[in-house]
Structure formats: C-alpha cells, structure tokens
Write a protein that binds this ligand. Structure first.
Ligand SMILES: NC(=O)c1ccc[n+]([C@@H]2O[C@H](COP(=O)([O-])OP(=O)(O)OC[C@H]3O[C@@H](n4cnc5c(N)ncnc54)[C@H](O)[C@@H]3O)[C@@H](O)[C@H]2O)c1
Length: 278
C-alpha cells in the first residue's frame, strides 16, 4: 500500500511506539491519523507534530478495553477523516511488580483486557471500517515475548502470543476482504514501558541483567517495521520480529515469519537454544 493520501487509526498513540508510528506515517504522506489513548496530554503532543508534518489529526481519549469507547472512536475517525485504510492496534501494558505468582488479580485482568481483548475489539472494528473502503491493512503489536514463556510475567507473554494467534487466524482476510492483518514483534525498545516492568518508574529487578547486556531498540526502528508491513502488499498473516541489535551501532535483527509453519519452527529452535543455556 502506498501510504500517501491514506488514513490511519493508532491506539496507544500518546507515547512510544504508537507515537513514533504516527510520526512515520505523517512523514510518508498519510492524509489523516486518528490517535487514541488514555493520556490526553500525550495525544495533544502527537497531534501537534503530525499536523506540523501536514497530516490531519483526530484525537480521542479511549480505553481500548471498553468496546463502546472503541466503537465510538472508530465512527469518529471514519466521519472526520472520510474513511480508514490502516489500523494499528498498539496499546499495551504489563503487570510489573510484584511479579508472578504474587501478581494482583486486578493486574491480571488489566493486562489481558488491554493486550488481548483491546486488540481483538480493534481488529474486529477495523474489519468493518476497512471493508467500507474496499480493504486495507491491520497491524497488531505483539512482542518478542510472544516467542516463549516469560516466568516473571506470564500474563504479558500469554497475551502477546494470543495476538500472534489472532493474526495467523486472520490471514485469510486478505483473500476474503482484501484486508492484510500482520503482527509486529518488537524486542526491548526504549520507552516508558520498560519502567512499567517494575514499579512504574524503573525497570523490574529481574530485567536488570538482560538490560545491562542489551542494545536497546529505538521507537523509530519499530515504526520502520510497521511501515514495511503496511507498504509490502505481499504480507498477510505474518510476524515481523524487530529484535535488539547484536551490539552498539549494529542494525536491529529483523526476522520475517510468513506463516504458522515458519513461526512455530522458529519457536522450536529458540526453545532448544534456551534449554541448552540452562
Ligand atoms: N517497549 C518495549 O520494550 C516493547 C517491546 C515489545 C512490545 N511492546 C509493545 O508495544 C506497544 C507499545 O508500547 P510502548 O513501548 O510504546 O509503551 P508506552 O507505554 O510508551 O505506550 C503505550 C501507550 O498505550 C497507552 N495505553 C495503555 N493502556 C491503554 C488503554 N487501556 N487504552 C488506551 N491506551 C492505553 C498508554 O497510555 C501509552 O501511551 C505495547 O503493546 C507493548 O506491549 C513494547
């Protein structure tokens, strides 16, 4: 898809990866971008920049776990932009500390609601919105946590694996609805999200050793991956992993997994490698 002149909707657009994707879409000539998040100030900041870049901004304080709020925002975006071509279901959260199995029941409900139900609502609503334009692209943000168990936060890894399953199950929409549904799987990316793994302000203790030996990804590198999934018409039901570079100054490690066969083969290899390390 040529992004020039197209309209997009992004959730989790007030900061981090969603914000960077909004900027990248505006740079690529998107006509309008509908920005959804809980953080109204962050939405204003994102909207201001994309308007400076020449795109029309529509903002909405939306809790993605609330079906009615998401539906209303899709309608608003559709009406004010004149239709939607791209939907990026990106809002996400993590349980943080105390870690599993001391995780509170409220946090379990929150993470499942935002990361899985929110993305499922967004995907479902996108099918109707994009169909009105004759097709389009949906990108759901998963994670490298989709690739295996995460003992400190199984809710996070389970929901992110669920997002991949939803994308695989939706591959056929390319043929039936002219809608390509793909997943982006970022590695550790420099955003406020890393602080949410701990007490909300600083990273979790369990993440410390990994962070110490990791070259972080930038939000721009993840946004570039999202744009690839939008622009390449040959991609449907795919996972694009954008993993951390091997070292400073190195590019991200990108892996394209075209279907469940490639995805589960990759996971099996990774599981064997992890087992050999322990
Ligand atoms: N940062 C990383 O290392 C990393 C790695 C892999 C995947 N991800 C995923 O990328 C996505 C974006 O994360 P980020 O790193 O940009 O984090 P971020 O915290 O900077 O951005 C997430 C945004 O989602 C919004 N949000 C949270 N709950 C919401 C809700 N119920 N309704 C609407 N908006 C809500 C937040 O307000 C925030 O603006 C998430 O799905 C996350 O799981 C992040």
């Amino acid at each position: 898809m040529d992004i020039k002149g197209k309209n997009a909707l992004i959730t989790g657009a007030a900061a981090g990866i969603g914000q960077a994707t909004a900027f990248a879409l505006a740079d690529a000539g998107a006509a309008g971008i509908a920005l959804a998040d809980l953080d109204e100030q962050g939405l204003k900041d994102t909207a201001k920049v994309i308007e400076q870049k020449g795109a029309k901004a529509v903002t909405g304080k939306v809790d993605v776990t609330d079906a009615a709020q998401q539906m209303k925002f899709f309608e608003k975006a559709d009406n004010e932009l004149g239709g939607l071509d791209i939907v990026h279901n990106n809002a996400g959260t993590i349980c943080g500390e105390p870690v599993w199995p001391e995780t509170s029941l409220d946090k379990i409900a929150l993470v499942v609601s935002v990361n899985l139900i929110g993305v499922m609502y967004g995907t479902r609503l996108a099918v109707d919105a994009l169909s009105r334009r004759g097709g389009g692209v949906i990108i759901n943000t998963a994670s490298t946590a989709s690739l295996g168990p995460m003992p400190a936060d199984p809710m996070y890894s389970a929901t992110k694996t669920g997002v991949v399953n939803l994308v695989h199950a939706s591959a056929g929409l390319a043929a039936s609805h002219n809608i390509r549904v793909n997943a982006i799987l970022p590695g550790m990316t420099q955003t406020q999200f890393i602080g949410r793994t701990g007490d909300g302000t600083k990273p979790a203790e369990w993440l410390g050793p990994a962070l110490a030996q990791t070259t972080m990804l930038s939000v721009e590198q993840i946004a570039e991956g999202v744009l690839t999934l939008i622009q390449d018409d040959g991609r449907a039901g795919e996972c694009l992993i954008v993993d951390n570079p091997r070292g400073d100054g190195e590019p991200p490690q990108s892996t394209r997994l075209k279907d469940p066969v490639e995805f589960y083969a990759f996971i099996a290899e990774r599981a064997k490698m992890m087992a050999a390390l322990t």
